[in-house]
Design a protein around this ligand. Structure first.
Ligand SMILES: Cc1cc2nc3c(=O)[nH]c(=O)nc-3n(C[C@H](O)[C@H](O)[C@H](O)COP(=O)(O)O)c2cc1C
Length: 352
C-alpha cells in the first residue's frame, strides 16, 4: 500500500516508510512543534524531520543543541537540519558540528528569497548560478558521509528547461534527494505552487524527489503523490493548523493510531477545531518548557498566527494571543475561546 502512494525511490536507505514530512520553517520548525507533530505520527511510521534554516556563518561559533533553533529532544530520530551558506569552510565546520549534534543528514537551502540571501548569494540566490550551486553541494557532500539534500524553488523565472539542467547538476554533484517547492523567488509563498514542475523535475533525475507547496489537507498529499509521481510530500503551514494530517494519512495507509492515542483521527470542521484547541494547549506547555516564558510566548504567537488562518475567527484568537502577556494567560484565553462553536476550514488562501 505504501509503495502504491509514494516512496517509490527510497529515502534514507529505506528507513523512511511514511510519505509525508514537515517543512523547514524559520521560527516554527523547532523542537516544540516537532514534538507536537510527532505526537500525531502513527505508531511505526518513520519520516524525516527538519530544523529551521541554520546559518553556516554562525553555527561553528554557537553552542549547538542549546540555541532555540537547535534544541532537540533526546531520541528524536531522522533529523535533517537545514543549512544556509555558500562557502566550503563554514559549510564543513557547520556539518561537523551538526553531525556531533546528531544530524542524520544535511539539507541545503536554495529557496530562501529574502533580500539578505540575495545580497550574500545564498538561499535562492544559488539558483542564479547552476555551477556554483553544484559546488556548494559538492563541498557539503565532501564534508559528510550522511545523505545531503537540497530544497529549491522554481528559481527566478520558473523556466523548466533551466530547472531540469539545474537539478541534474545537483544530482551529479552528489545530492541524495531533492525537495521542490515550485514557486519562483518573486512569488515567495503566495500564488499557486505549480505541481506540474514537480512531475517534470522528478522525471529528470534518478534521486528521490519530495514535492512541496499548498498541501492543506490529507487529500492533497495523496493528490500530490499521484499527480506528480513524487516520492514524498512535504507540508509546512497546514501542519501548524492540523498536525493530525499525519494521523489521517496513516489511517488510510493502514498504520495504527499514534502512540498514546486511541480511536480515529479527528475529522470534520467542528471536531478538527476542537482538536486544534487541544493542540494549542499542548503547544503552550511545550514552548514554555523548551524556551521559557518570554521566547516561548513569541514562538506560541507565531505558531497561532500561522495556523489560525484555517480557523473561523482565527484573527480574534491571534489578537488574544497578542493581547495577553504570559503563556498562562494565553492558555486561559484559548480555553475560553474554544468554548465557542468554531470550525477549522479545509482550505484558505495562503498569504504568509
Ligand atoms: C514562516 C515560514 C518560514 C519558512 N522558513 C523556511 C526555511 O527556513 N527554509 C526553507 O527551506 N523554507 C522555509 N519556508 C518555506 C517552507 O518550507 C515551504 O516551502 C513553504 O511554506 C511552502 O509549503 P506549504 O505550502 O506547505 O507551507 C518557510 C515558510 C514559512 C511559512
Amino acid at each position: 500500500m505504501i509503495e502504491a502512494v509514494g516512496l517509490r525511490r527510497p529515502i534514507f536507505a529505506k528507513k523512511v516508510n511514511f510519505p509525508v514530512c514537515l517543512a523547514p520553517m524559520v521560527g516554527l520548525s523547532h523542537v516544540s512543534f516537532r514534538r507536537l507533530a510527532r505526537s500525531y505520527l502513527p505508531a511505526g511510521a518513520v519520516t524525516i524531520w527538519p530544523t529551521e534554516m541554520l546559518s553556516t556563518f554562525k553555527l561553528p561559533q554557537e553552542k549547538v543543541g542549546s540555541t532555540p533553533e537547535t534544541r532537540r529532544d533526546p531520541g528524536e530520530g531522522l533529523l535533517v537540519p537545514q543549512i544556509l551558506g555558500n562557502e566550503p569552510k563554514p559549510i564543513s565546520d557547520s556539518v561537523k558540528v551538526l553531525e556531533d549534534w546528531g544530524a542524520d543528514g544535511i539539507d541545503i537551502n536554495m529557496g530562501c528569497p529574502v533580500n539578505k540571501a540575495l545580497k550574500h548569494n545564498y538561499g535562492v540566490a544559488l539558483m542564479g548560478d547552476a555551477g556554483y550551486a553544484a559546488d556548494v553541494v559538492r563541498a557539503t557532500v565532501a564534508s559528510t558521509q550522511k545523505p545531503v539534500s537540497v530544497k529549491l524553488r522554481a528559481g527566478f523565472d520558473g523556466k523548466i528547461d533551466f530547472l531540469k539542467s539545474f537539478v541534474r547538476g545537483l544530482e551529479s554533484a552528489g545530492a541524495s534527494y531533492l525537495t521542490i517547492h515550485p514557486r519562483t523567488a518573486e512569488q515567495k509563498r503566495r500564488g499557486r505552487a505549480d505541481w506540474s514542475q514537480i512531475r517534470e523535475l522528478r522525471e529528470s533525475v534518478s534521486v528521490p524527489v519530495i514535492g512541496n507547496g499548498d498541501i492543506q489537507v490529507a487529500d492533497d498529499v495523496f493528490r500530490m503523490l499521484s499527480e506528480t509521481g513524487c516520492d514524498m510530500a512535504m507540508a509546512g503551514r497546514a501542519l501548524t493548523a492540523r498536525p493530525w494530517i499525519l494521523w489521517q494519512i496513516g489511517e488510510r495507509l493502514g498504520f495504527p493510531p499514534p502512540i498514546g492515542r486511541v480511536g480515529r483521527a479527528p475529522v470534520g470542521e467542528r471536531e478538527e477545531a476542537l482538536e486544534y484547541g487541544r493542540a494549542l494547549l499542548s503547544m503552550c506547555d511545550h514552548v514554555e518548557s523548551d524556551f521559557g516564558g518570554e521566547l516561548g510566548l513569541r514562538k506560541l504567537r507565531f505558531f497561532i498566527r500561522t495556523g489560525s488562518v484555517w480557523l473561523d475567527f482565527g484573527n480574534s484568537l491571534y489578537a488574544l494571543a497578542m493581547k495577553h502577556k504570559t503563556i498562562s494567560d494565553v492558555r486561559s484565553a484559548i480555553i475560553e475561546f474554544f468554548k465557542n462553536d468554531l470550525r477549522l476550514v479545509q482550505r484558505t488562501e495562503l498569504r504568509n
